[in-house]
Design a protein around this ligand. Structure first.
Ligand SMILES: Nc1ncnc2c1ncn2[C@@H]1O[C@H](COP(=O)(O)OP(=O)(O)OP(=O)(O)O)[C@@H](O)[C@H]1O
Ligand SMILES: [Mg+2]
Length: 364
């Protein structure tokens, strides 16, 4: 039993509010990713669970017990940091043993736990080395090992992969996910990388300026972002946005340099909203080439090619429509000419509408 609960949690430094009214239920065995841009309060939230940061308001509970006043070592959590935080003068084995020794774990038990963790992480052959004799990936494995041996109720990860090169990061991402599946320990994982969030989390919590924007499975957040911020933060390339106004009948979206019909599937949303200003969102995947298979209704617009980014297996094309830039994918075989006029089919049933003022989602 180790769910983690934030109830109306606030964090202030003097008069400056960092986190406000944070409510979040992290389930037992869950892998929850806390994601958001730099400075939004991710580490602060994590450090409040760990007991490294005082809580200014509300309560944090672990396994049903309020821990606000509990010192870190009594919270039964283990944290893995970005910089590994290994003791440089100790061998890998001693680093792994350190937390156990503090808890006065008997030697045979300690050996068993260390060997188990070393096997899981495949670092048995490194046990006698010092941290400086290890690669970045190996160090991160040892840091994970230190968290595992303690068999805590909760793992806390603060951007543990950001010091690794891109390739290793992808490999370790999969390993941490596998590790969590195997050990089933409730985990809270902080990152500013939306791809890590999407690929690792059972659910992801998107944070902006200390406020929770959305909590959901990766698919829910991707397909039905709660607001413009989440829509632009999750997904790569990000969702395209165009400002538009609904015509008097709520049947056409009129923007600077384009018009798009509102498809039947969205008429219920726009009915009676003539004159309303909206932000029209469309994912790159829903901007197609003429002749490509389409879900529901489509409308062809003429765009002007501005930038082409070849990725080998595909092209990322930035093309202008009126005053807006649309980004989408194309097959690499016949790249369009720079500056050319390129017809693009907008999959109308995949349009997402947001209120221009509140930026909240309007489409169901
Ligand atoms: N001791 C402090 N005193 C005052 N403000 C602080 C203190 N520690 C952090 N902050 C502020 O709190 C906000 C949240 O910081 P936090 O470290 O939680 O962000 P983060 O989301 O983890 O960012 P990053 O992705 O850059 O690690 C930041 O604006 C930061 O400047
Ligand atoms: Mg941080």
């Amino acid at each position: 039993m180790a769910e983690v609960t934030f109830k109306d949690v606030a964090k202030r430094y003097g008069a400056v509010s960092i986190i406000e009214g944070l409510n979040l239920d992290i389930r037992d065995h869950e892998f929850l990713v806390l994601v958001g841009p730099s400075g939004c309060g991710k580490s602060t939230a994590l450090r409040m669970i760990a007991g490294l940061e005082e809580i200014s308001g509300g309560t944090v509970s672990i396994g049903g017990r309020v821990v606000n006043e509990l010192p870190p070592k009594e919270r039964d959590v283990a944290m893995v940091f970005q910089n590994y935080a290994l003791y440089p003068h100790m061998s890998v084995r001693e680093n792994l043993e350190f937390g156990l020794k503090i808890r006065k774990t008997p030697r045979p038990e300690m050996d068993k736990l260390v060997n188990e963790a070393a096997d899981i992480l495949d670092i048995r052959h490194l046990l006698d080395r010092k941290p400086k004799q290890l690669s970045g990936g190996q160090r991160q494995r040892v840091a994970l090992g230190r968290a595992i041996v303690r068999k805590p109720a909760v793992f806390l990860f603060d951007e543990p992969l950001s010091n690794l090169d891109a390739k290793l990061r992808v490999a370790m991402r999969a390993e941490i996910k596998k590790l969590q599946q195997r050990l089933q320990v409730t985990s809270v994982y902080v990152t500013h990388d939306q791809i890590e969030a999407m690929t690792m989390g059972h659910r992801i919590a998107v944070l902006k300026e200390g406020k929770l924007q959305q909590l959901g499975t990766p698919l829910e957040v991707y397909e039905r972002p709660a607001n413009v911020f989440v829509a632009q933060f999750i997904g790569s390339p990000p969702m395209n946005f165009m400002a538009a106004t609904l015509d008097a009948n709520g049947a056409t979206l009129v923007g600077e340099g384009f018009t798009l019909p509102v498809p039947q599937s969205l008429r219920a949303v726009t009915a009676g909203k003539g004159g309303k200003k909206v932000k029209v969102g469309i994912r790159p995947d829903h901007l197609l080439q003429p002749g490509q298979a389409l879900r529901g209704e489509g409308a062809t617009v003429q765009t002007h090619v501005e930038i082409i980014e070849p990725l080998g297996n595909e092209l990322i094309v930035h093309s202008r429509l009126g005053e807006f830039s649309l980004v989408f994918r194309m097959p690499p075989q016949q790249p369009p000419e720079m500056g050319a006029t390129l017809p693009v089919v907008v999959e109308l049933d995949s349009l997402q509408l947001f209120d221009a003022e509140t930026e909240q989602r309007l489409t169901p």
